[in-house]
Design a protein around this ligand. Sequence first.
Ligand SMILES: [Ca+2]
Ligand SMILES: [Ca+2]
Length: 164
Amino acid sequence: AVQVVFNLYLSISTCLPFLSFSINRSCEMCPVGWRLFSSRCYFFSASEGTRRKSWPDARADCVDRGADLVEVEIIEGIELRDPHVWHLTGFWMGLRDIHTEGVWKWLNGTELTVGYWMDGEPNDQYSTEDCAATYLKPNPLKSWNDAPCSTKLYWICEKGQKKP
Ligand SMILES: [Ca+2]
Ligand SMILES: [Ca+2]
């Protein structure tokens, strides 16, 4: 099971080269620019100033990085402390209902058990919304939306730590 604290994006666990002296050695377990959380490494596309991408292009970017789109099975209690990032739009996750409408599956094929959807979502608007994204919201337990897979959003990649 994966746990992601979405404000991880802002947290001190950020592994930046100039911080590596003062941050604990666990940062070395993830590539530069990735975040370590709960023994997994996460890459937030927005942190690199990358442009937004469709779901398939976002996934291809993760695969290029030796990772895949994030699979969020548990969200821990979160508060967003920095309003400066609230303008950021959604981040694609590795969750889709492309095979059977309304049946949400992670990339590994497991069916979604608990979803953290916004009120009224997923709504499959115009019968076109088959990819799921998470948004920076004050309440992370209501932070997901389904959107057309061609929509251009940011994305989050996930992979295991480097082997020691
Ligand atoms: Ca759908
Ligand atoms: Ca929707």
